[in-house]
Design a protein around this ligand. Structure first.
Ligand code: URA
Ligand code: CA
Length: 444
């Protein structure tokens, strides 16, 4: 009989767990047979002592098996999942999913809601009038078979151990741990049933991983887990030193996604979306390499097939079909406030997590699980790192239904952006890839 107190001591002393021990911890905690205080102590021991690759893989598999394992085998073709480790103005899923589906690769995606400074695809989709984000299993599979694309909220049946553990990590300061993040993400991806997984690992001031070496280690850990369970996994490492797009907030991000699918929108968001889409086509065997894949995707934007696919997807999940041509159907905030620069100079640094929090205080995101949000609220950035800004020029525009919250957000945005009198380099947008063969720096 295993006893949790002994397992906590073992990890506290820096020893390694066996797969059977990890299986016990996860299944007993999922069934409420281990109390939160013991799990919290074990999470802190794990945070401080770390885990080796075998432990991390065994933990992930135990978490994936803590609930339903989705079977996508009735859908023809190679199913690819895409997952971002979380960022700000990171609207790539809404762009990449219809793009890749238009190229003939089925996208059966389960997404989450935003928490803290990061946004979530399900909240963004809910800003579309009528759109249904909770499909039952048969509706979901039928939609993918018919339209090559469906996105549904990840229910509590998928990796329930992660839901419970994540909530505890959030309040015990044990989030930023490579084995805990890797097992959290990969357990959900494995349970959700995709054949192959493409990860977008974010690096910088708006990401959990603040620098390249730790991001590479996280990516490497997740890629190894994928290989071990027979789901080919690849990671792209991209910058979160500044918001990826310009729109932060749910309906604002849907508008921006439509802009990119129409061939417009911010260059950085477009580049990362195309890169992710290209890697997905290569993983699916639809293109021999990412140069060919990229060309294919550009054509699908130019000939409007990607936009048509987005429209088809909206209609299939109950959304208003007029949305694409009438973006004013999306909720709009009552007030717009310019955030004017108080200084003159080059934008040197943007505390991107702080920009995310500035949108959250407007009601665009949630501080705690289950909190109601304002789908119209958010921020449109008007500057990027390296830009020259004059005093009085807007750095951002706040969209709000609450002027008091608007002023709090304005103060936060001003504090988050630092100017310099000397010219500043733009951050490198795409840092590299990690696959079976390790890290490859990206040369553009
Ligand atoms: N995203 C997750 O799903 N889990 C983590 O632990 C961190 C980011
Ligand atoms: Ca996401």
């Amino acid at each position: 009989m295993m006893r949790m107190v002994n397992l906590i001591r073992k990890k506290r002393e820096g020893l390694s767990h066996t797969p059977a021990e990890l299986e016990y911890i996860i299944s007993a905690y999922t069934k409420d047979e281990i109390p939160d205080y013991q799990m919290a102590a074990w999470l802190m021991a794990t945070f401080l002592q770390g885990m080796n690759r075998e432990e991390t893989a065994a933990l992930t598999i135990a978490m994936a098996r803590s609930g339903e394992m989705v079977d996508l085998s009735s859908i023809a073709g190679i199913k690819i999942d895409k997952h971002s480790t979380g960022g700000v103005a990171d609207t790539t899923t809404l762009i990449v999913a219809p793009l890749v589906a238009a190229a003939g690769v089925p996208v059966a995606k389960m997404s989450g809601r935003g928490l803290g400074f990061t946004g979530g695809t399900i909240d963004k989709l809910e800003s579309i009038p009528g759109f249904r984000t909770q499909l039952d299993k048969n509706e979901f599979l039928d939609a993918v078979k018919k339209h090559s694309l469906a996105i549904t909220g990840q229910g509590p049946a998928i990796a329930p151990a992660d839901g419970k553990i994540y909530a505890l990590r959030d309040v015990t300061s044990t989030v930023e741990s490579i084995p805990l993040i890797a097992s959290s993400i990969m357990s959900k991806k494995i349970a959700a049933g995709a054949d192959k997984i493409l990860l977008d690992v974010k690096v910088g001031s708006g990401a959990f991983m603040k620098n390249l070496p730790v991001a590479i280690e996280l990516a490497r850990t997740m890629v190894d887990i994928g290989i071990l369970v027979g789901r080919e996994t690849k990671a792209v490492l991209t910058s979160m030193e500044e918001p990826l797009g310009l729109a932060v907030g749910n309906s604002l991000e849907v508008k921006e996604a439509i802009d990119v699918l129409t061939g417009h929108g911010p260059e950085e968001l477009r580049r990362v979306s195309l890169l992710l889409g290209a890697h997905m086509l290569v993983l699916a065997g639809e293109a021999p390499n990412i140069i060919v894949a990229n060309k294919l995707l550009l054509e699908l934007i130019e000939n409007q097939k990607a936009l048509d696919k987005f429209q088809e997807f909206i209609v299939s999940q109950g959304g208003n079909p007029k949305l694409i041509t009438k973006k004013e159907l999306l909720p709009e905030a009552a007030f717009k406030i310019d955030v004017k620069s108080e200084q003159e100079g080059y934008i040197q640094h943007i505390d991107t997590a702080q920009i995310g929090y500035s949108a959250m205080v407007l009601g665009a995101g949630r501080e705690y699980k289950g909190q109601r949000i304002d789908l119209a609220a958010g921020i449109i950035m008007r500057c990027r790192i390296g830009d020259f800004i004059r005093a009085g020029q807007p750095l951002a525009v706040i969209h709000t239904n609450d002027l008091v919250k608007g002023q709090e957000s304005r103060q936060r945005i001003l504090k988050a952006i630092t100017c310099s009198s000397i010219h500043c380099e733009k951050p490198k947008l795409i840092l590299g890839t990690v696959d079976n063969d390790g890290f490859k720096e990206y040369v553009s």
